[in-house]
Design a protein around this ligand. Structure first.
Ligand code: C5P
Length: 233
């Protein structure tokens, strides 16, 4: 179930920068790429079609959150685009997540965002009026996500163990906030190395700037991939 390729976050503002970045890699190297809001809203579905045509896998990170019927219809469109994985906000509810699954079908993986890692426990209590610990809220959403028939969640590497215990070992934990030892943290605060993420059970790691913002992205990608798969049995 684990994905051996680190998922590269294509956090570029334009299609051209994506093309320039991908040209650095040998054409036979098939990558797993994350397209987020910035790129999708600037370049549109065309960018997904382009990546799929090149043979890459695509995680479309749009975090849908709307009424069930709207999410279902949107997911149908994303399914036609051929995305390999996409996501919703678990806060949209079980009915919304079930509708998303129906719209997307079973071919692509569907995961949910629980509490955004930018949300502090204090903000959650004050703004969302959820009077539990942040961790309990994350676990609650993960259980509901599993109940709705989704494949997993986006989470911090520190939460993987608890989430799998609360759901199942097969439940996908996709973890951003990955930094090889010695790399710049950027705005990430709680980070983990690829090898540690493997040890604690992450199924997919998402890595952006440590690959995209370096002088040699191909070498950086390879080093992170090697570290991620180093202890695989
Ligand atoms: O550059 P960096 O490796 O920090 O990029 C991580 C990617 O994962 C970004 O696209 C960011 O939006 C995304 N992400 C994250 N933390 C989350 C959810 C998504 O860093 N909790």
């Amino acid at each position: 179930m684990r994905e051996s390729r680190p998922v590269i976050a294509l956090d570029f503002p334009t299609f051209k920068e994506v093309k320039d970045f991908l040209e650095l890699f040998p054409s036979e190297e098939k990558l797993y790429l994350k397209v987020g809001m910035e790129l999708y809203y600037s370049a549109g579905p065309e960018v997904v079609r382009y990546l799929k045509k090149l043979g890459h896998s695509v995680f479309l990170d749009l975090k849908l959150h709307d009424i069930p019927n709207t999410v279902k219809s949107a997911m149908r469109v994303l399914s036609d685009l051929g995305v390999d994985m996409t996501n919703v906000h678990a806060a949209g509810g079980v009915e919304m997540m079930k509708a998303a699954r129906e719209g997307l079908g079973k071919e692509a993986k569907l995961i949910a965002v629980t509490q955004l890692t930018s949300t502090s426990e204090e903000q959650m209590r004050d703004f969302q009026n959820i009077q539990t610990s942040l961790q309990e809220s994350v676990i609650h959403y993960a259980k509901k996500t599993a109940e709705a028939g989704l494949d997993g969640v986006v989470c911090s590497a520190q939460e993987v163990k608890l989430i799998k215990e609360a759901t199942s070992q097969d439940f996908i934990c996709l973890t951003p906030g990955i930094r090889p030892s010695g790399a710049a943290l950027g705005d990430q605060k709680r980070v983990m190395t690829p090898a540690d993420a493997y040890q604690i059970g992450s199924d997919y790691i998402v890595v952006g700037r440590p690959i995209t913002q370096t002088d040699d992205p191909v070498a950086a990608y390879q080093a992170i991939k090697d570290e991620w798969t180093r202890d695989w049995k």
